[in-house]
Design a protein around this ligand. Structure first.
Ligand SMILES: Cc1cc2nc3c(=O)[nH]c(=O)nc-3n(C[C@H](O)[C@H](O)[C@H](O)COP(=O)(O)OP(=O)(O)OC[C@H]3O[C@@H](n4cnc5c(N)ncnc54)[C@H](O)[C@@H]3O)c2cc1C
Length: 379
């Protein structure tokens, strides 16, 4: 009996399981293979929905599904928190058990660590986890005008384009509430341009200018003075705010760090093509958990899951795995309340954004509803 353990029930883990099982269903039925998914919460969260939740455009119930509804019935589901991956013993230790494996898939995602910026928890808001998004929704509903700072406080972070999107949607949200004239929006980014990819900067920066969205680059927050509502930066600046929407620093999962499997950010060193964990023939990593130079995006996790499932199925069948990840990513970019563009790119092809349109926005809104079909491996 070969045991495959998938750690993490987000997009990456769920899709890996749902793509893998149909390829090896006969082996599972005959008792030759067992697929177990371990995850620490009984539901999956659709994180892209946070961008809509904060403006009250999607409800909380639309962003969560029971993990059992999403997974192929042939997958054993364990709801438990893994505390250690013992790579040398081929086993995962959880709070309530021990799971031996022949193959392990690490899909434990990323976590936000606002505590790494002193004062941020007390003085700021964010929409990068459920609790933060719910709190920010309240703050935005009560906002009566003033200076909003949208500040990227560390890279890498999930969904690199979301800070630009939130700035655009906020601009229209304030206009719709007759508050834009009484408000400033300032977007800050840590490097010398407003985004890492030049074709995106060339499209987005003039759009910021047209809307009066201000920006500052080389802006690396060191601490937040919650009492005086100021951000203090490494560059020696002090920036005041009335409402701070931060993109907090991110790290890899705690279990990865505690198992000594992560780099200094807690990201799993992973081969960019095979998605095998470096130094381990029987371990794969994908999704936000890896150290790969690709966007931490659900679409990336999706494309990677196809590769991991195909290669694992080949290994089970005793065939040399040949599927390779090519760095593919697809991201919608909301550029207002009702308009959006999109980019796709891979290791070899840079992004080429198209003109924003209402149509692309409506496709994104439709995808928000259809996501749960994707998670089941149906779309
Ligand atoms: C505001 C926002 C907007 C976004 N917008 C988009 C978008 O428009 N398009 C897009 O493609 N992507 C978007 N993303 C990014 C996308 O949500 C993530 O890239 C995606 O969720 C990553 O999936 P994952 O499975 O790798 O990680 P996760 O979804 O984080 O899943 C990890 C899973 O592992 C579990 N886990 C962690 N540690 C343990 C442990 N010790 N034991 C057991 N289980 C554990 C967690 O509970 C979780 O279920 C957005 C993200 C945010 C925050």
């Amino acid at each position: 009996m070969k045991r495959i353990v998938i750690l993490g029930g987000g997009v990456a883990g769920t899709l890996t399981a749902n793509y893998l099982v149909p390829k090896i269903r006969g082996e599972i039925r005959d008792g030759n293979v067992e697929v177990t998914l371990i995850t620490d919460r009984p539901y999956q969260v659709y994180e892209p929905g946070f961008l809509y939740l904060i403006f009250n455009r999607l409800g909380e119930a639309e962003l969560k599904r029971d993990i059992r509804e999403l997974l192929d019935p042939a997958v054993n589901i364990v709801i438990d928190r893994a505390t250690k991956i013992e790579a040398e013993n081929n086993r995962v230790v959880t709070e309530n058990g021990v799971y031996d494996y022949d193959y392990l898939v690490i899909a434990t995602g990323a976590r936000v660590v606002p505590e790494e910026i002193p004062g941020l928890k007390e003085g700021g808001h964010w929409f990068y986890n459920f609790e933060g998004a719910v709190r920010l929704r309240e703050a935005l509903a009560k906002f009566t005008g003033g200076k909003v700072v949208v500040s990227v406080m560390g890279v890498p972070h999930k969904c690199p384009v979301a800070p630009m999107e939130v700035s655009f949607i906020l601009h229209d949200f304030l206009k719709r509430r007759n508050l834009r004239d009484k408000s400033e929006i300032l977007y800050t980014y840590p490097i010398n341009k407003i985004f890492t990819m030049d074709p995106v900067v060339e499209m987005i920066q003039p759009m910021f200018d047209e809307r009066g969205i201000q920006y500052k680059t080389f802006f690396n927050p060191l601490e937040v003075d919650a009492k005086n509502k100021k951000i203090i930066t490494l560059e020696g600046e002090e920036e005041s705010y009335d409402l701070l929407i931060a993109i907090p620093p991110h790290r890899g999962a705690k279990v990865v760090e505690d198992s000594g499997l992560g780099d200094k950010g807690g990201w799993v060193p992973t081969d960019r093509y095979t998605l095998k964990v470096e130094g381990y023939e029987n371990m794969y990593a994908l999704g936000d958990a890896t150290n790969l130079p690709v966007s931490k995006a659900g679409s990336v996790a999706h494309f990677q899951a196809e590769v991991v499932a195909e290669n694992l199925a080949a290994e089970i069948e005793g065939i040399e795995p040949t599927a390779m990840f090519n760095g593919k990513a697809f991201c919608f970019i909301e550029t207002g309340w009702e308009e959006a563009t999109y980019i796709w790119f891979d290791y070899y092809t840079p992004p080429q954004p198209v003109m924003p349109s209402k149509f692309v926005h409506f496709v994104k809104m439709a995808y928000n509803k259809a996501y749960w079909l994707t998670a089941r491996g149906l779309l």
